[in-house]
Design a protein around this ligand. Structure first.
Ligand SMILES: Nc1nc2c(ncn2[C@@H]2O[C@H](COP(=O)(O)OP(=O)(O)OP(=O)(O)O)[C@@H](O)[C@H]2O)c(=O)[nH]1
Ligand SMILES: [Mg+2]
Length: 309
């Protein structure tokens, strides 16, 4: 699992760690120029202004006997730690636990739904999917194919059907079949598309008719290859929808994986999962220390030599 994570975030590690490693080698303290270089490295890995400032400040203040690499890792873990809040299934007596999945076009929503469904099924939960993306022609088929592959039921209507009505029906079906978790797919959308944002509000309203406090999770799926734009998108979405948790996808395809620090620092939402590939098992429960260890472990553990000795 850990080696998969390491391989998954290899591009971010290469871009960030190699630079930081070069910077730290032969140094026990970083002078102003080196701190500047560290700042640039972090910013160019999309770590973001605030998280970068925190890390640089930490390194500036380290005691003489602490290697700077260790301080970087410590602070990076501290930034991520509040977001390490894995999904916990809570049984309900009024119907399924309902997860509504939202995000912009192509972020990885449908794939992530399949991955989560597979994981929950593996944990012994019964799962059902709702094909709420009735907008894009192939979307229903895409979810149905996943359903067949994973042997998980998918509730759907045709393309062009009303999303809220599909999800409403799925809630009833899941309740009738005593399913543990219902995961609802939705079409990709931008926060500027008022009609589509209104649609999400309608989904929430009709789901609330089945269970007053549903959806129990509104999961925003973000594409790590967007870098800092993923943060902007998240903030814009959160202005319109009550997002309760994040999933960051495509960490395998990008050197911009540092955006996870920006998301953690700015949003402080639980990061339930990270996506590190296209296959059904390329999803990991987010763990702060494992993530920074996979990212930095290669150098943070090693002793820094003192060039002056
Ligand atoms: N490399 C990689 N690819 C991913 C990951 N997650 C999703 N993808 C790919 O990203 C593409 C889009 O994924 P979808 O799941 O269809 O995205 P979506 O958000 O449902 O897209 P729309 O329904 O069009 O809004 C697909 O080719 C997926 O295989 C990931 O973690 N890593
Ligand atoms: Mg989709």
């Amino acid at each position: 699992m850990f080696s998969r994570l390491k391989a998954g975030i290899a591009r971010t590690r290469d871009s960030l760690v190699n630079g930081v490693q070069r910077l730290f080698t032969g140094r026990t303290r970083l002078d102003a120029a080196a701190l500047d270089t560290l700042e640039t490295l972090l910013l160019s890995a999309d770590v973001g202004v605030n998280a970068t400032a925190r890390i640089v400040e930490k390194v500036r203040r380290i005691p003489a006997n602490q290697p700077p690499a260790e301080a970087v890792q410590e602070e990076m873990t501290a930034i991520l730690a509040p977001c390490e809040q894995p999904f916990e299934y809570k049984a309900r007596d009024d119907g399924p636990f309902i997860i509504l999945v939202v995000g912009v076009n192509g972020a990885g929503k449908t794939t992530t739904i399949a991955k989560i469904a597979r994981r929950l099924k593996g944990e012994g939960r019964s799962v059902m999917l709702a094909a709420g993306d009735t907008f894009r022609a192939a979307a229903v088929d895409q979810l149905k194919r996943w359903g067949e592959r994973l042997d998980i039921p998918v509730i759907s209507q045709g393309t062009g059907a009303d999303t809220a009505s599909v999800i409403f029906d799925a809630c009833a079906a899941a309740k009738a079949r005593k399913v543990d978790v219902l995961i609802a797919d939705t079409a990709g959308r931008l926060h500027t598309q008022d009609n589509l944002m209104a649609e999400l509000a309608k989904v929430r309203r009709v789901v609330g008719k089945h269970q007053a406090d549903a959806p129990h999770e509104t999961l925003l799926v973000l594409d790590a290859t967007m870098g800092q734009n993923a943060l902007n998108q998240a903030q814009e979405f959160m202005g319109q929808v009550a997002v309760t948790a994040l999933c960051l996808t495509k960490l395998d395809g990008t050197a911009k994986g540092g955006v996870i620090f920006a998301l953690a620092e700015r949003l402080r939402l639980p990061i339930r999962y990270i996506g590190i590939g296209e296959k059904a098992d390329d999803l990991q429960v987010f763990n702060a220390r494992e993530f920074t260890r996979a990212l930095l472990g290669d150098f943070a553990g090693s002793k820094v030599e003192d060039s002056e000795s």
